[in-house]
Design a protein. Structure first.
Length: 324
């Protein structure tokens, strides 16, 4: 039987040849998923030169605190079945199916969200949108907030905020009924761990760019957090994982430069927010200054474009102008 190191190396070569950006990382995650163990078990087995079959023994040492992997002890899956699952997963990844579609979930801050066809896969840079909102509430001594998540998708932004700022009330707006099925699924999963949010998270199936959407809340909201569609129509993504799998409705900003929908979101946010309220919006790296200028025409002040983890302009913050 091949060692874990040999298995990772040979499978990573397949993914590398297919053009996958992070072949070894993806292979290790798929191997962990196939054997229902943690990534650290794969890393340890590689370091110790152990056979792939040894990963099965890692299940026996799992404690009840090991989360999703704890259920694996009762599955009765054999090593052969796990290896077969793994190779099937590698084949799918080599065809450029997103890693998160293959595993069925994606991490976002402290949450593990269900994802698949029909929903945008949350990215690490979007975590910064949530962080800005949380830090703003802390600076203002606001331990309960009224928050709107426009273009909710998987529910990542709103659910993260609701769980990290207990007592906050979140209204999430999603246009696609198909996508909203994933939002509801993640709400159900999240409430199992955080029961208190069940009554504080509200999902609205509506167009976030339209003024009637949530208009009963106009002028009362503390924070609007949003990751709207913003990819320019003139800049179709090269990566198959994005181009072929993320929903077009969640990707494209409705114009050649991608700013049409973001500008409408800014206009809607301006109406929802109370004076002094905060908007945090993710955008394309080419759009920061234009959207900041547009925000200033919509009664926003202290508009700032911020960089993401790679140092590129990725999101803006703006406060609704105080009256008087």
């Amino acid at each position: 039987m091949a060692t874990v190191f040999e298995t990772v190396r040979s499978s990573a070569a397949i993914l590398s040849a297919a053009g996958v950006d992070t072949p070894e990382h993806d292979v290790k995650l798929l191997l962990a998923e196939a054997f229902h163990v943690d990534l650290r078990d794969v890393d340890k087995a590689m370091l110790m030169g152990e056979d792939v079959g040894h990963l099965n023994s890692a299940l026996a040492s799992d404690s009840p605190e090991s989360g999703a992997w704890a259920n694996a002890k009762t599955t009765g899956n054999t090593v052969a079945a796990a290896i077969e699952r793994f190779h099937s997963m590698v084949d799918r990844r080599a065809k450029r199916e997103p890693l998160q579609h293959i595993t069925g979930h994606a991490p976002f801050r402290y949450l593990d969200l269900k994802v698949g066809p029909g929903v945008f896969i949350p990215r690490p840079e979007t975590e910064l949108v949530v962080q800005e909102g949380i830090e703003w509430t802390t600076r203002h001594g606001m331990y309960r907030a009224k928050v709107v998540d426009l273009c909710a998708g998987s529910g990542a932004i709103g659910l993260a905020f609701a769980t990290e700022v207990p007592g906050s009330e979140v209204w999430a707006v999603e246009k696609s009924e198909r996508t909203a099925q994933w939002t509801r699924r993640n709400l159900d999963e999240t409430t199992k761990r955080y029961p208190a949010i069940a009554g504080n998270y509200h999902l609205e199936i509506a167009d976030a760019t339209q003024m009637p959407t949530l208009n009963q809340l106009d002028g009362t909201i503390d924070i609007v957090l949003t990751n709207p569609p913003y990819v320019p129509l003139s800049d179709i993504p090269v990566q198959p994982e994005v181009r072929d799998y993320d929903p077009d409705l969640a990707l494209y900003g409705g114009s050649a430069d991608g700013t049409l929908i973001p500008e409408r979101i800014i206009s809607r946010a301006s109406k929802l927010l109370k004076p002094g309220g905060l908007m945090v919006m993710e955008h394309d790296v080419t759009q920061g200054e234009r959207l900041a200028a547009f925000a200033r025409t919509c009664d926003f002040v202290d508009v700032v474009v911020h960089n993401d983890y790679t140092g590129r302009p990725r999101y803006l913050t703006a406060e609704k102008q105080e009256i008087g």
